[in-house]
Design a binder for this molecule. Structure first.
Ligand code: ARG
Length: 586
């Protein structure tokens, strides 16, 4: 496994060296290199430098050009505009760099030099409740971040902070005690659908009783006390709700083609034993104070409409613990027992104030500090086609399973229409890979913070910024490679490249840099954009450069097959990091 230096960083380094040779008085300065339409790269760094040195930027640029030694990477360099450097690199360097990438299983992408441990909190549905599109976002974005971080060498611990604790369980358990056959199936629940429908029924029935019968309400409240005190019988019934819900969760995650492992599910209940201690530490250190009977943390910049400070309540006046106490305990656990250096929370932006207060509290308590920091990767709301939060016509939240079913159905129709030599089974399999991929891609391709419209027609379209377009590019390459027969991909650095070949090659070479940026800024949408551009570059290349033409000399065929192959491998790897399949045939 050898990591490969990208052409961008090779050029950047050479220009930086020439810069300090030509202008020693400038000290170390960045050439500020970027891809450009005019040449392959453009360096803008001399403008700021000229200002600093009070010189003429074009003149300084000319001096840098003169002190740049001739080499086999930079073919041409010229001064343009107010003092930019336009750099063209050799065809040979492009193919040689890609050949080095092709020889490596990781496509030459380097590991982070100084990895840490990130605990990713994502895919956190709630027990006895239906999953909705919000849970989809957390799961999809979180899973992509897990894969991307792991790929860069970060140690990742996954945590599914499911909602499995709280007062509603008193109501549910009490109802089950009084209606013992409600969760019975003929044996265990056989499907997620069945599990969820009995949970739903039970939830509704117990809620109705709770709201209408004061005596039941009192018994339900007592039940919460038993639950929190760890009463055996109560806990056993609670466990049945959790187990039943997990059958449902797993079925949804399975449909989402997402691997969730049982040991990584540590729900709110998992921190129950720490709550008291967490509160004691906060109170004794003075981070939290008593206010109207509750244990609270105050912040100068968090105020209600009346101008009074709104506290984070860690313990209610009735002695109960809430969401905040659990999250604070989870932070202690993740820092102390999991040795986290970063805590990443993939949670709805509507919980941002909660996390802001929780993180600040944890900093005051010393649990977070310069070595350990916490970030919320906050995501926006999923909107319907009308631009309003996604609801059914009856005004209810849309069930995630219904959405996924519909996506797969639409995608299957698209696959069927295009399919030439696919069997029914293959159509069904591709339909689900394309449909689920489309849902994930739509979610990942806009920046997480923004709201987006859930528009299935657009998502499964073959044209435009969709996963289907990328999957088709991949499948087309595989079809070319199959058709090539005895001709095998092989790099030929001695050949001259066509413009579309250069553009494709240079884009492939950027993969590692894009990944590094995506990993450090938690921005998976930039990987999605990169892959879409890569597929577009491939489409242009395929239009302009015949690969398997009889008129082509053998070396040209091999070199073009080589470009096809490394493009396919990059697409495949990139899609895999986003949790999207790349079928070999479509
Ligand atoms: N279960 C919560 C919900 O459905 C999300 C949990 C987020 N994670 C956390 N550590 N608070 O909204």
């Amino acid at each position: 496994m050898a990591s490969v230096t990208s052409l961008a960083s090779t050029v950047d380094q050479r220009i930086a060296d020439a810069l300090s040779a030509a202008l020693p008085e400038a000290g170390p300065a960045s050439p500020l290199l970027r891809r450009s339409d005019r040449a392959d790269f453009q360096a803008n760094g001399l403008l700021a430098l000229a200002k600093q040195l009070k010189g003429n930027p074009r003149e300084l640029a000319a001096r840098v050009v003169t002190s740049l030694p001739a080499d086999d990477v930079i073919k041409e360099i010229e001064v343009s505009g107010p003092g930019f450097l336009n750099i063209t690199i050799t065809d040979r360097a492009i193919i040689e760099t890609l050949a080095a990438r092709a020889a490596d299983a990781r496509l030459g992408v380097p590991y982070e030099p100084d990895p840490g441990t990130t605990v990713v909190d994502y895919a956190q549905p709630n027990v006895a409740k239906e999953m909705h599109v919000g849970h989809l976002r957390s799961a999809v974005i979180g899973a992509a971040m897990v894969e991307i971080l792991e790929f860069t060498g970060e140690k990742v611990v996954r945590r599914h902070h499911i909602g499995d604790w709280g007062t509603q369980f008193g109501m549910l358990i009490q109802y089950l005690i009084e209606h013992p056959h409600e969760l019975d199936h003929k044996g265990a629940a056989t499907s997620g659908e069945e599990a969820m429908s009995s949970l739903n029924r039970l939830y509704k029935a117990s809620r109705t009783l709770f709201d209408s019968d004061p005596e039941f309400k009192a018994r339900a409240r007592d039940r919460v006390v038993h639950l929190q005190a760890g009463d055996k019988e109560t806990l056993a019934l609670w466990q049945r709700f959790v187990d039943e819900s997990k059958i449902y969760f797993y079925s949804v995650f399975n449909q989402l083609d997402m691997e969730i492992r049982d040991p990584d599910i540590v729900g709110e209940s998992g921190y129950n034993d720490m709550l008291e201690e967490t509160c004691r530490i906060l109170e004794e250190s003075g981070v939290a104070v008593r206010s109207e009977g509750a244990l609270c943390v105050f912040f100068d910049d968090v105020k209600g409409p009346d101008g009074n400070k709104v506290p984070l309540i860690v313990k209610k006046s009735n002695g109960g613990y809430g969401y905040a106490a659990t999250d604070l305990s989870a932070i202690r656990d993740r820092v102390r027992n999991l040795s986290a250096t970063t805590l990443l929370y993939v949670v709805d932006a509507r919980q941002s104030l909660h996390f802001k207060m929780v993180f600040e509290t944890a900093r005051r308590a010393g649990w977070l500090n310069d070595e350990v920091h916490a970030v919320q990767l906050a995501f926006g709301t999923v909107l319907g086609k009308d631009g309003k939060p996604f609801k059914t016509r009856e005004g209810e939240t849309v069930r995630l399973v219904d959405l996924l079913d519909e996506a797969v159905e639409r995608a299957t129709a698209v696959v069927r229409e295009k399919a030439k030599d696919l069997s029914e089974d293959e159509i069904a399999e591709r339909g689900s890979q394309v449909g689920i991929g489309a849902v994930k891609y739509a979610d990942l391709s806009t920046s997480a913070a923004r709201d987006y419209k859930f528009d299935l027609d657009q998502m499964v379209s073959l044209n435009g910024d969709t996963s289907v377009y990328i999957q088709y590019a991949y499948a087309r390459i595989q079809s070319i490679l199959r058709k090539a027969g005895d001709a095998k991909p092989a790099a030929h650095p001695e050949l001259d490249l066509a413009p579309a070949e250069r553009a494709l090659g240079l884009h492939v070479d950027q993969f590692g840099e894009v990944l590094a940026e995506v990993a450090s800024a938690y921005e998976p949408h930039k990987l999605a954009a990169y892959l879409y551009q890569l597929a577009s570059h491939f489409t242009t290349f395929y239009d302009q450069c015949h690969v398997l033409s009889d008129d082509n000399p053998a070396e040209l065929v091999e070199n073009r097959l080589f470009l096809c192959d490394i493009t396919a491998r990059t697409l495949h790897q990139g899609l895999a990091l986003l949790g999207i399949r790349a079928p070999e045939r479509l």
